[in-house]
Write a protein that binds this ligand. Structure first.
Ligand code: MN
Length: 202
């Protein structure tokens, strides 16, 4: 059973002006599609992996056959990271979380503003390509950090609930070299209901 490129839960142009339609079309239809196809090509060599979820593939990467391990790291990570990224954005996003997620963020970071500062710093300071994350770690605590390339928090036994792609392909058409402006704009499209649902599931 091959992994499928998930459809966006909104239109390509719906996140504009924060993230433009031209960026979304290429990002979803070319970049995410390529990660999906490359992952499927690697997995196809090992029928015993056909029913394994993407999360379990990434959690168990050390046990994968050596000849596909790096491909799954890069393309399986890319597949999972982008699937989460589309889900945690919305044209109706922005604002602040509520309920248990808001309380957990306050407890972990001191305040929502302090959390936003920590997450934004992780996104801006990641050198080169990568992702900023809000995760539930293996002790059940919220944590913020960044990863390189397409490395996934699942590879560390953590569950990502919010992620921001800081590869240049994610923002260059709109923001060129101004990554901090892209990070600031991201807060206007965060779907906090989706993040809260992932927090509750974790
Ligand atoms: Mn990307």
């Amino acid at each position: 059973m091959a992994f499928e490129l998930p459809a966006l839960p909104y239109g390509f142009d719906d996140l504009a002006p924060h993230i433009g339609g031209d960026t979304m079309r290429v990002h979803h239809g070319k970049h995410h599609a390529a990660y999906t196809n490359n992952l499927n090509a690697a997995i196809a060599k090992y029928p015993e992996l056909a029913e394994v979820s993407i999360e379990d593939l990434l959690r168990g990467m050390a046990d994968l056959p050596a000849d596909i391990r790096v491909t799954v790291q890069n393309n399986g990570g890319g597949y999972a990271n982008h699937a989460l990224f589309w889900e945690i954005m919305s044209p109706d996003g922005g604002g602040a979380p509520s309920g248990e997620l808001a309380a957990a963020i306050d407890a972990a970071f001191g305040s929502f503003d302090a959390f936003k500062t920590a997450f934004s710093n992780a996104a801006v300071s990641r050198f080169g390509s990568g992702w900023a994350w809000l995760v539930v770690d293996s002790a059940g605590q919220l944590a913020v950090y960044s990863t390189a390339n397409q490395d996934s928090p699942y590879m560390s036994g953590h569950t990502p609930i919010l992620g921001l792609d800081v590869w240049e392909h994610a923002y260059y058409l709109n923001y060129q070299n101004r990554r901090p402006d892209y990070v600031a704009a991201f807060w206007h499209v965060v779907n906090w209901q989706a993040v809260a649902a992932k927090f509750a599931a974790a």
